[in-house]
Design a protein around this ligand. Structure first.
Ligand code: DGJ
Length: 729
């Protein structure tokens, strides 16, 4: 059993292979957090809590004369708010009398032999091979009829613990929920760094580390998406942790809308980390009998640095979040016409691009933006999901069949959540767009956002998607989303309930995706939001691959894919070979390097292969051979970051589960005179096996390779790259 209870059902230990999470309901019913770290025995650690009389940290009445008992100092699972814990609570309530207070106390628990689900949202699920366990702790608010259920899930093998929160109003009067964070992690001791992945459009997820002190560190999004700017995945690690050393705690929110992640030391040096829905612009009204479900946080623990933590997330997301045919089926190599043509295409051009691609062995043509409504540029047409047959010179069915006749699959781009003011849909339903009456809405890419909280909007979109997909042979859909939300006002939830709209919007998106996949279960869905603006665990539930960034520059991609790899599997990162000079940066890199970088992702092309040299056309064949040869390594193997961007070169490695085969990719990011040697360590091999290296034919034991490493015989030039294999002999 992964879940153990003691002390008359007041002590709880959640065990994974290498970690233990412990909590204890004390005599006042406060659920104390007593331990999270390396696996320990079934013993209480409540005595680690050091209580003292701390000035200006008050005492609840039940503590009577004990001035050392303060909610402001105790490590807790569900910190109260408004009643004496000044470090910030999880759940904030405004009661019908206007009072603002939430003080939850333990009232019972239940253990379930399976993983819990979060209503209306994705969460980790059980598989045939591995079932999780669930602990549900019930917490009752002291002076009202609000109950909170804390959900804890345990996936033993991967060292994963999950948390989620449900708020229930059992009273007859209405309550406003003004904050509902899913997770609080209190650490009594230790110095930590907060690792986050900030970025911007076309430059997503660079890694940043900050020492946690008494000044609050906080990242988040209020853009209505998880965003390019901060990712809803963060790490707390012991000071100076490396890829292989130090304790690391991952927090990954399964949510695609506004989020917050914060960490701060309190007055006594205890660290509090919190994560959940961003409280800004959030307020949810709970009438009698209504409940609110907050999204799941996936907690990961590694006692051996970032690599182990990442590998655990890769595995859990691939196995217990991704679903459908393409969870296991081999992904086709695609060619997307976006950077090849932008809006300027017709049937002839597309067939020429597809013809050349299929000749070289590419398996799918994806027709991107511009095939519908009046859409010659990005100023109009969104919402009018009717095929522009004039532009295509015939029906989509005909085009799809011609592509299929070439032996290729056919994919299509949509951006369902958006509406152009210059569209028939907007002219017919202006109230379907999110806009505040009496205010001019902010335009982004000259488009507005559909009110996805409305059922009629979702019905329209489902009907349009169904019609298009039922009438043409479509194997893949790219689901794009090209602006941040603002001007939040729903005609459906007008008045005091507009604080619900961001959340209802994303529930609406999930609902549409679920229904869409219910109708077309075998479609390969690729998520996208101007590249990686919605690269989060929740989207992986629907789309096993997500376009990682609109930036296809091989050198910039090193840091984008590096940052993304801390939580998300390589198989989920859409990565394409594009033309040079690169459209986003103007940089010229070799065709080989572009291929090597894209191979560490969901591989594809984003250019017209009629326009590259014959030599490069030949290289495409080699790249495809590499793709097939290394597919099981890149998509199923263990991933190791060897050297990150910002150094002279960047290197990473894949090793198969049997440790017979390893592949390293190395890209030089700068050149210098009188060059110093290029040396990398090799990771993940079996110390007892002998391996031959493809670069120099040398044979050493795994132990020697892993400790001595590899020095290149000569230094590659700037932006040049190498693939190096190790095979067990
Ligand atoms: C943004 C995407 O990231 C691009 O790949 C492309 O699909 C454009 N949108 C089309 O408008």
């Amino acid at each position: 059993m992964a879940i153990w209870t003691g002390e008359d059902g007041r002590l709880f230990l959640l065990h994974t292979k290498d970690s233990t999470y412990q909590m204890y309901a004390d005599k006042h019913g406060v659920l104390l957090h007593t331990y999270y770290g390396k696996r320990i025995d079934n013993e209480s650690l409540a005595d680690l809590i050091f209580q003292a009389d701390v000035g200006f940290s008050g005492n609840p009445v039940e503590a009577a004369a004990d001035r050392t008992y303060s909610l402001d100092c105790l490590p807790q699972e569900l910190p109260s708010s408004g009643v004496g814990d000044y470090r910030g609570g999880c759940v904030e309530l405004v009661h019908s009398d206007g009072s603002i207070a939430a003080d939850f106390r333990f009232s019972g628990y239940q253990i379930l032999p399976y993983s819990y689900k979060v209503a209306g949202m994705p969460s980790l699920f059980d598989t045939e091979d591995e079932k999780g366990e669930t602990l549900v702790v019930t917490m009752k608010e002291r002076a009202s009829d609000v109950t909170v259920r804390l959900y804890y899930g345990v996936f033993e093998k991967e060292n994963i613990i999950t948390r989620a929160v449900r708020v229930e109003n059992h009273g007859s009067s209405q309550v406003a929920l003004t904050q509902c964070l899913s997770c609080c992690l209190d650490f009594q001791y230790g110095d930590y760094e907060f690792v986050t992945f900030p970025g911007r459009h076309a430059m997503e997820r660079s890694l940043e580390r900050n020492l946690v002190g008494r000044t609050k560190l906080e990242v988040g999004s209020i853009r209505g998406t998880s965003s390019h700017h901060y990712n809803p995945s963060v790490i707390l690690c012991t000071k100076g942790a490396t890829e292989d050393e130090g304790e690391c705690y991952g927090m990954c929110l399964v949510y695609s809308s506004n989020f917050i992640a914060s960490v701060q030391k309190d007055q006594r040096g205890q660290t509090r980390a919190m994560m959940g829905i961003h409280p800004s612009h959030f307020s949810f009204c709970l009438k009698e009998g209504e409940v609110f479900d907050a999204p799941q946080v996936i907690l990961g623990y590694s006692d051996r640095g970032f690599t182990k933590l990442s590998q655990q997330y890769h595995w859990i997301l691939k196995e217990h979040m991704c679903r459908g045919k393409y969870k296991t089926a081999k992904r086709p190599v695609l060619l997307n016409n976006w950077e090849a043509t932008y809006f300027d295409f017709n049937e002839e051009k597309l067939l020429k691009i597809a013809g050349q691609a299929s000749k070289l062995g590419i398996e799918m043509l994806v027709l991107d933006d511009g095939w519908f409504g009046k859409r010659e540029d990005d100023n109009s047409g969104l919402g009018d999901w009717f095929v522009n047959e004039k532009k295509l010179g015939g029906s989509l069915k005909q085009l799809g069949e011609k592509i299929h006749d070439m032996g290729m699959h056919f994919g299509l781009w949509f951006e369902p959540e958006m509406i152009s003011e210059d569209s028939d849909l907007f002219r017919e339903h202006p109230d379907w767009a999110l806009r505040i009456p009496g205010r001019e809405p902010n335009r982004a890419r000259n488009q507005l956002v559909l009110d996805m909280s409305r059922e009629d909007v979702r019905e329209y979109l489902l009907e349009r998607l169904t019609d298009i997909l039922s009438n043409a042979p479509i194997d893949y859909v790219k689901w794009d989303m090209n602006r941040s939300l603002c001007d939040i006002y729903s005609h459906e939830y007008s008045g005091s309930r507009n604080g619900e709209v961001y959340h209802r919007f994303v529930l609406g998106v999930y609902d549409l995706l679920e229904k869409f996949l219910g109708r077309f279960p075998d479609i390969l869905l690729e998520g996208c939001s101007g590249g990686g603006g919605r690269f989060d665990a929740a989207m992986l539930y629907y789309s096993p691959q997500i376009w990682c960034s609109d930036n296809t520059d091989a050198v910039n991609r090193l840091s984008i894919q590096y940052g993304t790899s801390f939580f998300y599997p390589v198989s989920s990162m859409g990565a394409h070979v594009s033309a040079v000079p690169n459209h986003q940066t103007g940089r010229v890199t070799s065709f080989k390097t572009r291929g090597h970088v894209a191979l560490s992702g969901s591989f594809g092309y984003e250019l017209d292969l009629n326009k590259v040299t014959e030599e490069e056309q030949e290289m495409v064949k080699g790249q495809l051979a590499d793709f097939h040869k290394y597919y099981s390594l890149t998509h199923e193997g263990d991933y190791y970051r060897l050297l990150g961007p910002g150094e002279r070169f960047c290197a990473w490695e894949f090793v198969d589960k049997e440790k017979n085969h390893a592949l390293e990719t190395l890209v030089m990011t700068s050149a210098e005179g009188n060059a110093l040697p290029v040396h990398t360590i090799v990771k993940g091999l079996d110390p007892e096996k002998n391996y031959i290296c493809s670069l120099n034919g040398n044979v050493h034991s795994g132990r020697v390779w892993m400790n001595g490493g590899l020095t290149l015989g000569s230094t590659p030039g700037e932006y040049e790259s190498l693939l190096i294999e190790w095979n067990a002999i």
